[in-house]
Design a protein around this ligand. Sequence first.
Ligand code: SAM
Length: 371
Amino acid sequence: MVQQHLSYEEMTNLGCFYTPQKFVDKLIAIVKANVPDYDKHVFLDSSCGYGSFLSSLYPLRTIGCDIDEKAIEKAKLLCPGCEYHVANTLHAFTRASIDLSADKKLLIIGNPPYNDTTSKVKNSIKNSEPCAIDADLKTRDLGISFLLSYNKLQPDYVAVLHPLSYMIKKANHALLKPFYDNYRLVDHCIVNSQEFGSTSRTKGFPIILALYEKSASGLKYSDVLNMRFKTIDGKCFDLKHDYVKNYIAKYPSKYSRYKDGDILFFTMRDINALNRSKTFIEEWSDNAIIIDKKKFAYYCYVDVFKDYICKLPYYYGNCDVFIDNAAFLAVQDVFVTKSMEKHPWLKEKAAYTENRNFHLIDDYFAKLFDL
Ligand SMILES: C[S@@+](CC[C@H](N)C(=O)[O-])C[C@H]1O[C@@H](n2cnc3c(N)ncnc32)[C@H](O)[C@@H]1O
């Protein structure tokens, strides 16, 4: 169901990008296939919007909560027969708030808002603090706070959509430690954020439809690094790459001082950030890395990689820039020549051997991206 009652600004602040029906159906299918006694669980969607995840389920008791009163009014019409509460489920929300005793089997389902309060994208219309949040749930991203809030309710299962970056970025996985200490991934499917209407108009990022089960072993970061991910259209991928960060600095050093003749490169984050950011820069700033000239070719590699991001599948968007180091070293002169052509002012600052066999770069990326 497409969200109808909020302005773009309100939508951004509440993280209100309602789930396309085919992803609702897919998540419900994952639940039915993997939770043998799913009809013996109480279902809760603590950010239910119009209630799309509640309508096709017939378990014991179905509860929908949302902070948005108008959404709840609409859910009552669209999906009658469920119990609804207008509630801020990130603040003082417990099983008692929905009259649910500790012995009841609980399955949390839904698509919480994702709203990175530190992200530069759309920051001009984001509130820094959209609602009150319990101290132990407060993080820089509403979606991470929601996953932590589920952990406090101790459900048996959590069936949820969230950015894959929550799981695969080490810093996010660490923020989610209370959750990932208690829940393991049972089944999943990866989809493209671009299919959520008005979100991410530039390059899409991967969203996981995840079914987690309570488990004493949880989901360790080392498990994530060894995982094979499946996309909704039958592709598979993993994170077992060699990354360019293993060869060069991604961030500026506090200790280096800029001097004439230095070559500057913009801070590197993930692949989607590189797609939006600059590479070689002429002006000094806090975001400038002073490069080690011995590693110049690797920076040219990142500069040229940026031009090939359009060919890279969306599901690599949150990964660091990856590299096949041996294959790259064999053709590094071609990468350097390409960068010199893009930024002629570099020619004064670095020596190079011209090699204009640019088809070797196409061949390199075709192999690296498995095109
Ligand atoms: C991504 S939408 C998902 C809506 C619906 N579950 C769907 O997928 O179609 C996120 C929902 O979270 C709600 N929300 C945002 N902050 C909330 C909070 N603190 N407590 C409860 N609901 C909240 C928004 O009003 C919005 O309806």
